[in-house]
Design a protein around this ligand. Structure first.
Ligand SMILES: [Zn+2]
Length: 381
């Protein structure tokens, strides 16, 4: 089987994006841009929205559109339960998306006012965007991993101008040329913060709903609090953005030059752990985008291999001498040529490179010099 490893990227605006960016800088958001080319094959661009599907035994999938975005849609899964249906994710905050969710629920025989709660796989707006509207319509509880709740609380407490200023400073320290920094500064910043969840769901915790044996599997990487959800008695795994059949999620380091954490290291460990879940081989995986798939161990290995190749490539490039984050990122291969990327996509690519550099640092293979103003990385010889 071929895997087209096209990345689901996080960042403000991709070159494919048409219209006003719906979020401000630094708000990760899945995009198909700009990431690495690993297969060398053309990637199909078909993003047709599939129908609402009855997956049997009280489970449905509702594709909720993400308007003006090449990702196309987010699957919201509906589980019938005593006390009202439970949703996995909610979808992007847009009138068309809300209508699709409400009409999709009606197709499953449920009114939106009956929804008892929603488990959100991670804080990104194509998953959490409609939590506020859902809560208003049904008084539903909203559950999320505490690490992602903390991010939302942090974002809610920060003015967009403050975030933009911080990102401009980061880009300058990364070595972005002035024209890119200026272009970024000029881009509009509008972010509608989703509702803050009122329930936490940690690793291994079951969802406390009679008749639904759903358990959280913490899979940090794409976001620090990303959750997959395991319905073990039915051999189903809701994989969110963590494992998708063809594209791989963006993993970035924020702030760009932070020496804290190792998101890519976390992501690789999460992939390995997911591939070793009990009965992983026979699990039917229900992702948030694309289509259902099996072969989880094989898919997680392919994703790990892809990043290991990228890590090796970067370590190799750094042998040539000390390099800024911008120099390294602009010298790598990406799906779209560097020249064709908008500054926001370049920023996104840079955050991904930064995550790889953090992993290489953690592995003792590269180090950055002491400059705080313009750090440079080199291979440790
Ligand atoms: Zn995401």
């Amino acid at each position: 089987m071929f895997y087209f490893v096209e990345h689901l990227s996080a960042g403000p605006q991709s070159p494919d994006f048409v219209g006003t960016p719906p979020e401000g800088p630094g708000i990760p958001f899945p995009r198909i841009e700009p990431d690495s080319v690993s297969s060398g094959k053309a990637v199909p661009t078909m993003r047709e929205v599939p129908p609402v599907e009855d997956l049997g035994e009280g489970l449905w999938s509702i594709p909720v559109p993400v308007p003006h975005n090449p990702i196309g849609f987010t699957y919201v899964y509906v589980l019938s339960a005593t006390g009202g249906p439970v949703l996995i994710d909610t979808g992007w905050n847009h009138d068309d998306s809300w209508t699709a969710l409400v009409e999709g629920l009606a197709r499953t025989g449920h009114g939106v006012d009956e929804v008892q709660g929603a488990v959100v796989t991670h804080f990104h707006p194509d998953h959490s965007g409609l939590t506020g509207r859902l809560r208003e319509a049904s008084d539903a509880w909203i559950a999320m991993h505490p690490r992602d709740i903390a991010i939302l609380e942090n974002l809610a407490g920060q003015a967009p101008e403050e975030r933009a200023a911080s990102m401009v400073a980061q880009m300058t320290r990364a070595g972005f040329p002035a024209e890119d920094v200026d272009a970024f500064r000029a881009s509009p910043t509008v972010f509608r913060s989703p509702a803050i969840p009122d329930r936490t769901l940690g690793d291994g915790e079951p969802l406390d709903i009679p008749g639904v044996a759903l358990r959280a599997v913490w899979t940090p990487g794409h976001t620090p609090g990303h959750l997959c959800l395991h319905l073990a008695d039915r051999d189903l795994l809701f994989t969110g953005d963590h494992v998708l059949p063809r594209i791989t999620p963006h993993v970035g380091q924020f702030p760009l030059d932070s020496t804290k954490g190792d998101p890519l290291g976390d992501f690789l460990s999460s992939q390995a752990r997911t591939g070793r879940l009990p009965d992983a081989e026979r699990l039917l995986c229900l992702p948030s985008h694309e289509q259902r798939f099996t072969g989880l161990p094989e898919r997680t290995r392919a994703i790990i291999d892809h990043h290991e190749e990228r890590l090796a490539r970067m370590a190799d490039l750094l042998r040539k001498g000390p390099t800024t984050l911008w120099e390294l990122t602009s010298g790598l291969e990406w799906r779209r040529s560097w020249e064709d990327m908008r500054v926001s996509a370049r920023h996104m690519a840079t955050s991904e490179t930064a995550a790889h550099l953090r992993t290489l640092e953690e592995r003792g293979l590269v180090e950055r010099d002491g400059s705080m103003e313009l750090p440079r990385w080199a291979t440790i010889t």
